[in-house]
Design a protein around this ligand. Structure first.
Ligand SMILES: *[C@@H]1O[C@H](CO)[C@@H](O)[C@H](O)[C@H]1NC(C)=O
Ligand SMILES: *[C@@H]1O[C@H](CO)[C@@H](O)[C@H](O)[C@H]1NC(C)=O
Ligand SMILES: *[C@@H]1O[C@H](CO)[C@@H](O)[C@H](O)[C@H]1NC(C)=O
Ligand SMILES: *[C@@H]1O[C@H](CO)[C@@H](O)[C@H](O)[C@H]1NC(C)=O
Ligand SMILES: *[C@@H]1O[C@H](CO)[C@@H](O)[C@H](O)[C@H]1NC(C)=O
Ligand SMILES: *[C@@H]1O[C@H](CO)[C@@H](O)[C@H](O)[C@H]1NC(C)=O
Ligand SMILES: *[C@@H]1O[C@H](CO)[C@@H](O)[C@H](O)[C@H]1NC(C)=O
Ligand SMILES: *[C@@H]1O[C@H](CO)[C@@H](O)[C@H](O)[C@H]1NC(C)=O
Ligand SMILES: *[C@@H]1O[C@H](CO)[C@@H](O)[C@H](O)[C@H]1NC(C)=O
Length: 738
């Protein structure tokens, strides 16, 4: 073999060597470059390192600055958390690695995180039974540890797996985790003396026994959440489950196939105790088409079933979607801790019958002495989802405990007013008499007079009641002439997505109401009366998607808004409206916001010059293609008459960019009225193209095109006239002699 090829080869290799070098250097340089976004951590003082959703498959320790206090690694594809990855991050307080497909965490992965306070590994694929026992010894200061949404593989002693794992976490206050088959959290948890919050994902739990929470006997747990991600098979539940949790303040049970009745019967350890929240959501036994009996039997709540519930002094009850089909209102008769304490009650999406058939239950609820908000809905609602925010009472509990004198002094008299009729509503006998007296009579009583004898019909509501929301209720709810006692603080009345409210009279005593909402409901009246007269102080009226448009015509024809001079905010969306009668709001001087989205308006529909306080006119998703000159003038005048500006919202309208609409397009750029999207709407031009109005150049181009066309037309006419003139002249000259 001649030496030449070898030399050539060597030469080639040598010449390409710097090239390799360059490649490898640039490769390391690239991995050094952090893919994360570093910003100031306003909450914890250091830096917030955000590596969420970056498609990361591995991590480089050098990516994270030493000063990081929060590290977010959510939504990646990491598979492993290797030893030492975070070793330099000794200032880190929060580490979040959720939804990142992690299935193995090495024993020393958390090394160096001595100051870590929160570790969130939720929704990965970690087998919690295989987790190394000393893994948390590196993070002794962790306060919040979230592990749910992972796996629970098979072990011989499933509940032994955690034996040592948590013993290092003396500071732990909040913990979430999954459990498998029979729930058991035993002695291993007894060392978590500071634990106050525990969330157990019960998706794969089949049995919860009296001993399931035995480890918490000496732990003063405050909040327990038992929830599943899906409603699975029936969970066997024993009624002694909560026996070790006497300090519990908040109990939440969600999306689990557990019998309502058994849950109610297992509340006995809390009897005569104070609690904050009891939430029962999507519980109940699953019926099938063939055998619905089980579900119906479980949803039939008898007097005896609620005996522990009514014995608890709690502030908020949330009881939704549990297939409750009937409720014996006698369960709540007479004085009870529940009646005395409850401030917020939500009872919706059940299988209860028509609303007016539940009036005895409702009357009973109105005897809850401190009730502040009530959300009530009979039927499982399948329309658009509605969510009305509840107050948070979690912080109220401590306040409550300090003022617990209510507990001792309660004799049933303190809360009652001196009113003759209502003196002794708390005595069972009188209450029944009362109900019979006022609601046995349900036949329509057409009456033209609105003058009321206040003692004739009246109900008493708690003085504390502020908000009443009925939604998703079927049937007819009749309103007769009656007076409400105790409505001083009543502010919000909503009757939403429900069928008919029939007016045979009017209610007095709710004059302090500021918000009235009858979205998606129907109101029908049998006497000539203005519905809004009941709410003369209303500031907000919401009439969206009304079930019968006749009602709107009544409102306009009879000028109902005249009865609400304090009106500030009105919504009439999605009602197929074309226009308003001109003087609809002429007496509502304080009106600031009018929302008219999703109607069929082709113009403003309102005379804004009549509305001095108007700040927002929302006309999105209507049929407006342009505004008339006088409307633009009125709008332009408006902000000049008042210090504040006016906002006009026009997005989603089929605006036309035609020559004839040019003045509108220019107005969009010149007006002082604030426009949504900064006046940049999509519009259709004369050639059918979709363009946007935001650019002044567009308007100019249209102007040029329109002007050009007009100029062309004019010159063409001139040309014709000239030609004709010449012709005539020529003819005249030529045939002059003739
Ligand atoms: C972190 O980044 C993600 C994706 O880039 C982003 O959606 C998220 O809002 C960021 N979080 C914070 C707190 O900045
Ligand atoms: C529950 O079990 C199913 C099937 O065995 C499994 O796919 C799922 O990951 C488990 N869920 C939890 C939270 O353990
Ligand atoms: C726990 O769940 C896993 C699925 O994540 C399943 O394979 C295993 O059989 C369950 N273990 C027990 C003891 O039921
Ligand atoms: C709770 O404390 C009592 C007495 O201090 C003790 O007898 C009991 O074993 C403890 N329970 C647990 C679960 O540690
Ligand atoms: C569980 O506790 C309840 C209430 O204390 C009791 O009635 C029931 O018999 C217990 N069940 C078992 C299996 O011990
Ligand atoms: C709760 O209080 C009532 C009335 O004072 C009493 O009859 C009942 O026995 C008490 N229940 C418990 C578990 O202490
Ligand atoms: C309770 O109050 C504290 C501070 O007063 C606040 O940080 C915390 O978020 C509140 N908790 C709830 C559930 O509102
Ligand atoms: C409305 O509130 C005022 C002041 O809070 C009170 O004096 C008045 O009695 C209330 N009106 C009604 C009808 O409750
Ligand atoms: C107006 O909106 C369109 C798309 O909706 C956008 O392309 C255009 O840049 C916007 N014009 C201005 C001036 O913001």
């Amino acid at each position: 073999m001649s030496p030449t090829p070898t030399v050539i080869l060597l030469f080639l290799m040598a010449s390409s060597f710097p090239c390799w070098l360059k490649i490898s250097v640039s490769a390391t340089a690239r991995t050094d470059e952090s893919p994360c976004v570093v910003t100031g951590d306003t909450e914890r003082g250091g830096e917030y390192v955000n590596c969420s959703s970056k498609g990361l498959t591995s991590l480089q320790p050098s990516w994270f600055p030493d000063t990081a206090t929060t590290l977010n690694l959510d939504h990646n594809d990491l598979h492993f958390l290797d030893s030492g990855t975070f070793r330099r991050l000794n200032k880190l307080k929060v580490l979040s690695v959720r939804y990142s497909n992690v299935y193995k965490v090495q024993e020393n992965a958390l090394m160096g995180l001595g100051r870590l306070e929160e570790l969130n590994l939720e929704n990965n694929n970690i087998d919690l039974s295989q987790i190394p026992p000393r893994i948390f010894s590196h993070v002794p200061n962790v306060v919040n540890l979230y592990l749910k949404g992972n796996r629970n593989g098979e072990t011989k002693h499933p509940h032994k797996a955690f034996a040592k794992t948590f013993s290092d976490l003396k500071q732990l206050q909040r913990l979430s985790l999954d459990r498998n088959s029979t729930l058991y959290l035993g002695q291993d948890f007894a060392s978590l003396e500071n634990l106050i919050y525990l969330h157990i994902d019960c998706s794969n739990v089949t049995k919860i026994t009296n001993e399931s929470l035995a480890g918490f006997q000496n732990v003063s747990l405050q909040e327990l959440v038992l929830a599943s991600s899906t409603m699975g098979y029936e969970v066997a539940f024993e009624t002694g489950v909560f026996r070790y949790l006497e300090t519990l303040q908040v109990l939440r049970m969600k999306e689990t196939s557990i019998s309502n009745k058994i849950v109610l019967r297992s509340l006995w350890p809390f009897e005569n105790k104070t609690m904050t929240v009891i939430q029962l959501e999507s519980l109940g036994l699953q019926g099938t088409w063939a055998t619905p009996e089980k579900m119906f039997a479980d949803g039939d709540i008898k007097k005896d079933d609620v005996k522990y519930l009514r014995g608890i002094c709690f502030l908020q009850l949330i009881w939704n979607k549990c297939s409750i089909g009937s409720m014996d209102s006698r369960g709540f008769d007479g004085p009870s801790n529940m009646k005395r304490c409850v401030r917020s009650l939500q009872f919706t999406k059940q299988l209860l019958g028509r609303l007016h058939q539940q009036r005895v239950l409702l009357l009973n609820i109105f005897q809850f002495q401190r009730l502040e908000e009530l959300q009530y809905g009979g039927f499982e609602w399948c329309g658009p989802d509605i969510h009305f925010k509840l107050s948070s009472y979690q912080n109220v509990s401590s306040e409550y405990q300090t003022s617990s004198e209510h507990f001792e002094t309660f004799k049933g008299e303190t809360m009652l007013t001196s009113s003759k009729i209502h003196d002794r509503l708390n005595s069972d006998k009188k209450a029944t008499v009362f109900q019979r007296r006022h609601f046995s009579h349900l036949k329509p009583v057409p009456q033209t007079s609105t003058a009321l004898d206040k003692s004739a019909f009246s109900i008493k509501i708690p003085k504390t009641l502020k908000q009443c929301i009925f939604f998703g209720s079927l049937g007819v709810f009749p309103i007769h002439n009656f007076h409400v006692w105790g409505g001083e603080n009543f502010r919000e009345f909503r009757y939403v997505s429900s069928s008919r409210l029939e007016m045979y009279g009017i209610i007095t005593g709710l004059e302090n109401t500021t918000l009235v909402d009858i979205t998606r409901s129907e109101v029908k009246r049998f006497i000539r009366v203005n519905f809004f007269k009941m709410f003369p102080n209303a500031q907000t009226i919401i009439l969206n998607s009304l079930a019968s448009k006749d009602f709107l015509h009544l409102i306009f024809d009879e000028r109902w808004f005249d009865a609400t001079p304090k009106l500030e905010h009105v919504e009439v969306s999605d009602n197929r409206l074309h226009s308003f009668p001109r003087r609809t709001f002429s007496t509502n001087w304080k009106l600031t916001t009018v929302v008219l989205t999703q109607n069929k308006f082709t113009s403003l529909g309102l005379d804004v010059s009549n509305m001095p306080a108007l700040k927002v006119l929302d006309l999105r998703h209507n049929a407006i293609s342009t505004l008339e000159q006088q409307e633009m003038t009125a709008l332009d005048k408006h902000p000049q008459t008042k210090a504040h500006g006016l906002s006009l919202l026009l997005g989603g309208n089929p605006i036309h960019c035609l020559c004839s609409r040019l003045s509108f397009l220019i107005w969009l750029h010149t007006t002082l009225v604030r426009l949504d999207n900064s006046g940049n709407y999509t519009c259709t031009d004369d050639r059918g193209y979709s363009i946007s109005t935001g650019d002044l150049a567009t308007a100019k181009a249209i102007w040029r095109r329109c002007e050009g066309r007009r100029a062309l037309l004019v010159s063409f006419c001139l040309l014709l006239a000239l030609a004709f003139g010449f012709m005539t002249l020529y003819k005249w000259r030529r045939f002059k002699t003739a």
